[in-house]
Each structure stands twice: as structure tokens, then as C-alpha cells.
Design a protein around this ligand. Sequence first.
Ligand code: FDA
Length: 399
Amino acid sequence: MTIVRRAHNTADVIILGAGAAGLMCAGIAGQRGRSVMLLEQARAPGEKIRISGGGRCNFTNLHTTPANFLSQNPQFCKSALKGFTQQDFIALVEKYRIAYHEKSRGQLFCDGSSQQVIDMLLDENRRSDVQMRLGVGILGVTKNDSGFVVATDQGEYRSQSLVIATGGPSIPKMGASAFGYKLAQQFGLKMVAPRAALVPLTFDVAALAQFKDLAGVAVDAVVSIGKTRFDEALLFTHRGLSGPAILQISSYWRDGLDVVIDMAPTRDVLAALKDARRERPRQELATVLGDILPKRLGQMVADRIAGPPRLADFSDKLLASVAAAVKEWRVRPNGTEGYRTAEVTLGGVDTTELSSKTFEATSVPGLYFIGEVIDVTGHLGGFNFQWAWSSGVAAGRHV
Ligand code: FDA
């Protein structure tokens, strides 16, 4: 037997960031017999996993396909998603006997707590002798002929391969930062400008005045920008619009674009209004709309229309504009709540700089990027974790 003595601050692979992607990558690389060291700035690993899905972690989605991801290069995600699928992750969850359920639309959540997913990943890492250092401040990274040197506030660490799994800048109060972007730029890699995504939309005072009294009202809606549409719940808040439908569309919103909202997607509103005019001519518009929409929302639409007191006096043309106000409500956000509340970050390391099979930077041998730090961003519903698992496994098989 050959005993290889290794300095305790040297490893084949160093991974920066013990989040979803880093933990996954570490376990896979360790299973291949690579010595792996995970360096994490926080006091605990997997903090975003812990708070995700309301504490139950929406860990994947049964219906994951490449179409659930945004990137300047939509082909890039295909190989990794195929190499480690949602079914592969579910098999791991089942191996650890973690009970889970489908909430809706293929979204899988733990029955118990997201800590079970963290414990599962940590157990995988223990089995493959991954060493983890928590509370480590990274001061800088350099590359020389024998590999990478990571300078930290606890001394230097050296490795042949270096994996950047430090995520994106969303939720800075949890320690999220643009560290990975700066490192990519240090090594001359191109970036796709980052932007907050899966985030509530905000409005100027005039627009907000129309609906701020509706804070707390929710409605099933179809929300669209151009041909992109999401059919999910919308929530009115004191600051603007939120809820799954809005978070989804926020990833497609750009300054100056209108968002079009159908607040009664399953109803033929014009036909319902004409029926009501015939059958209940003395009623007020707000009362009739209260049968189609939540009452306070119906009142808001009626106030905006400011029509005659009784439905009998509404012309066909005016009824058509009421129907349009419900079915094609057009609003123009003035921004988003930004990284403070964004679930993820769009953009990041340009995928043209990376191999889609190994996640190695083509111009910097031994340097890998995985997870959210890359310009691949999932829809809401478990897709972002699936990307962390799939990209982590792909790199873990090659580092
Ligand atoms: P992640 O952010 O998980 O990990 C990065 C790690 O690197 C962190 O541990 C961080 O501390 C560390 N780090 C950063 N800078 C460092 C440095 N300089 N040195 C050392 N370490 C450093 N997705 C989903 O699919 N289902 C869900 O239910 C949810 N829910 C959810 C809720 C909330 C509130 C948020 C904010 C996000 C979600 N997400 C989600 C998104 C999901 O959390 C996200 O896509 C993944 O965590 C990304 O995984 P990464 O490993 O790339 O980054």
C-alpha cells in the first residue's frame, strides 16, 4: 500500500462555497478518490438550502427540461441536466428515506425540513472524506505552474483544481456576494451582466396609488410579456406586485416593458358582463365584478372605469373596456425589489467561457464554475436547485 502524505492545507480539489452546488460537487469528486477541501465563508453550510421553500426546500421539479432555464446560450444547460436528472436526485433523496411530496406543478418539497437535504449532502461528503472548513475569509486566488493558491484569513490552501461555487449576489444579508464574478474577471473570463430575478416588481407612486389598497389580495392570473406567459398566483403588496406569477415574469422584465395581466384567465368576462346587464340591470359594476374577481379587486377595476351607476346604462363598448381592464390589465413597473429579496441572479459567468460537459474554463485549465454563478437561471419551482445539483455533479466527475 502506498501512503501519500499530504499537507493538511493541500488537496486535489478545492471548492469555494459550501452551498447547493459546492456540496454536491464535493461528494461526487470525493467518491472518485479525489481529495477535496470545501472552503466556506459562513459558519454553516447550505444556508440557502435551509431557508428555501419556506423551510421545506423545493429540491427539484419533476418536469425539469432545458426550457425551464434562461441563459444567453440556451443549449449550455442540456448536457449537465441530462447527465444528472431530477430522477437521479430523487433517487438520492429516497436512498436517505427523506419523505417528500409534490406540492403542485411537479414541485417536490420535503415533508419535514430542508435540513434533511443539507444533512444528506453532508453525509455523502463524510463518506467520501471531504474536508470542510467553515468561517473562512478568502483573501485572493492565484495560479502557478502546479495549480491554485487560495489565500485566506486562516492561511494558504493549494490545489490542482479549483471550483467556484460561491453563488450569486441575491440576499446579501445572508452573505451572498459578487465574489465569483470578480474571480472570473480576474482570470479574464467574460460576464453576462447580472440582474436580480425571481423578484417582486415595484411601481411609481401614480401607478401604485391604483392598487396599493389591495395589499394582501391574491388572484390566479396569467401574467405575460410578449409571448412569455405564466399562469400562477399574483399577490398585491404595499410596494407593488408579487406572488409566483410575478416572480416568474420578473426574470423576463426589462426597463420600459409593460406587463400584461389577465386577472380572470378562466372566464369570458365580456360574456359574463353582458349576461349580467341583461339579467341584473340595476346592479352596480363593482357588485358584478365581485362575482368574477376578489371583491376588493372588482371594486378597484370599477373605480378605474368610473362608468354610470347601473349596469343597464353601460354600452357594449364600455363593457368591452371593462372586460379589457380585467383580461388585459397593462402595468409598467419602474423596477424590482433588487438583490435584497431576489431568489436568484440572472447573468453571471458567460457560458461560452466554459465546457458544458466539465464546467472547466476553456482558457484556464483547472478552474471550474458551477451553480448560480454561471449565466444559467431557472424558473421558480425547484429548477434552480436542480441546476446546482446537475452542474455540481458534472464538474465533480471531472475535477
Ligand atoms: P449558494 O448560494 O447555495 O451557495 C454559495 C455558497 O458560497 C454560500 O454558502 C456562500 O456563503 C458561499 N460563499 C459566497 N461567497 C464566498 C466567498 N467569498 N468565500 C467562501 N464562500 C463563499 N431554489 C429552488 O430550486 N427551490 C427553492 O425552494 C428555492 N428557494 C429559495 C428561497 C430563497 C429565499 C432564496 C434566496 C433562494 C431560493 N432558491 C430556491 C434558489 C437557490 O437557493 C439557489 O439557486 C441555489 O442555492 C444556488 O446554489 P449555489 O450553490 O450556486 O449557491
